[in-house]
Design a protein around this ligand. Structure first.
Ligand code: FMN
Ligand code: ADP
Length: 313
């Protein structure tokens, strides 16, 4: 998969492509199905498979802090996309200029001029262009004139539930990691680079690898049994706190802190992925560091019990 940031970095696709456009936040099972179907189309037409995402997501541009929390930041989306059968991920910066492009021009200059689309897959509620005037009907119309077909994605259901980013956000908000996993097709995870903290963890006896949650807000808070990948020794088990650390007055922005079992290495600067396996409890404010330390000891035991139970069945 090639990652292309902005149309300026894209040579016009002379032979055309098959395209889908969306937010793809979370790359959940519904998204994965859309990509699989698009890839089939690409194979039968012998054309490259392209996905277009906007960054920031349009709602974030318009609503700022009031936009729904993100499941996946761009880098995480990129990692998940790379696991799917697509050739190009086209990331379009979303700003006033893009928001103001009128729908006809978006079709003419971008979809045809640059991408030369032959087949397009979008949600039937997809709107685009200035004042959101572009929609499915317009695309179908222009498709007939300009020589491309348009297909609506069908909502994908599991056990009667319509898979959506919103449903996953709600599941995470309730700490229902099992439901999130069912909808995502994998454990919910967060990626990032291990950063320096306040060096308090070591004093407490529980060093923690810290990932700053760079997204504005996180749908998930609490203490969890987790695994970490990205280091050279495979999947490692640990316990993690995701939140604002009220005991040490952490700050407004959430941090993900992972204490790994039976591990004692400097991993600052490593790019890792933390996979959430089970929620152990909510984050609380303790009156003293001693009380926090006793609780962390119990959390470690609870997480180890979870892993021990799971390995037997
Ligand atoms: C398993 C675990 C559970 C935690 N639970 C809480 C908590 O409930 N409330 C809280 O304020 N901080 C909690 N913390 C965060 C600690 O305050 C934090 O790890 C410690 O201050 C070290 O910070 P540092 O890595 O910046 O040095 C928890 C940390 C771990 C590893
Ligand atoms: N078992 C472990 N789990 C997590 N990090 C560990 C562990 N052992 C050593 N480390 C290292 O120690 C660092 C965490 O120590 P800590 O005192 O919490 O410092 P900081 O406040 O900078 O996070 C991690 O970033 C990592 O490099």
């Amino acid at each position: 998969m090639r990652l292309i940031r902005g149309l300026n970095h894209l040579e016009p696709l002379r032979n055309g492509c098959v395209l889908t456009i969306g937010n793809f936040d979370g790359l959940h099972l519904g998204h994965q199905q859309v990509i699989e179907k698009l890839a089939e189309r690409g194979r039968s037409l012998n054309l490259p498979v392209v996905a277009m995402v906007f960054e920031p997501q349009p709602l974030e541009y318009f609503l700022g802090d009031h936009a729904p929390s993100r499941l996946t930041r761009l880098r995480e989306k990129t990692i998940q996309f790379a696991r799917l059968p697509i050739d190009e991920l086209l990331v379009m910066p979303f700003n006033r200029t893009v928001a103001d492009v009128d729908a006809e021009r978006f079709i003419r200059d971008i979809l045809i001029g640059k991408l030369n689309i032959k087949h397009l897959v979008i949600g039937d509620d997809f709107h685009f262009g200035k004042a959101r005037r572009g929609n499915f009907a317009l695309l179908q119309h222009r498709g007939q004139e300009l020589g491309f077909t348009v297909e609506a994605t069908h909502s994908f259901e599991i056990g009667g539930l319509r898979v959506s980013s919103t449903l996953i956000r709600d599941a995470l908000g309730e700490g229902d990691l099992a439901l999130a996993k069912t909808l995502l097709g994998r454990d919910y995870s967060v990626c990032g680079r291990v950063a320096h903290g306040d060096k308090r963890g070591r004093q407490l006896g529980f060093p923690t690898a810290n990932l700053e949650m760079l997204r504005k807000n996180t749908p998930l808070v609490g203490v969890f049994a987790v695994t970490m990948t990205g280091l050279d020794n495979g999947e490692m088990q640990g316990v993690a706190n995701l939140g604002t650390r009220p005991t040490v007055a952490g700050g407004a922005r959430a941090v993900l802190e992972t204490h790994l079992f039976n591990f004692n290495r400097d991993i600052y600067g490593h790019y890792v992925e933390v996979h959430f396996k089970a929620k152990l409890r909510d984050e609380v404010r303790f009156d003293s560091l001693a009380a926090l330390k006793s609780q962390i000891k119990l959390d470690v035991e609870a997480a180890q019990a979870f892993f021990a139970g799971n390995s037997h069945g």
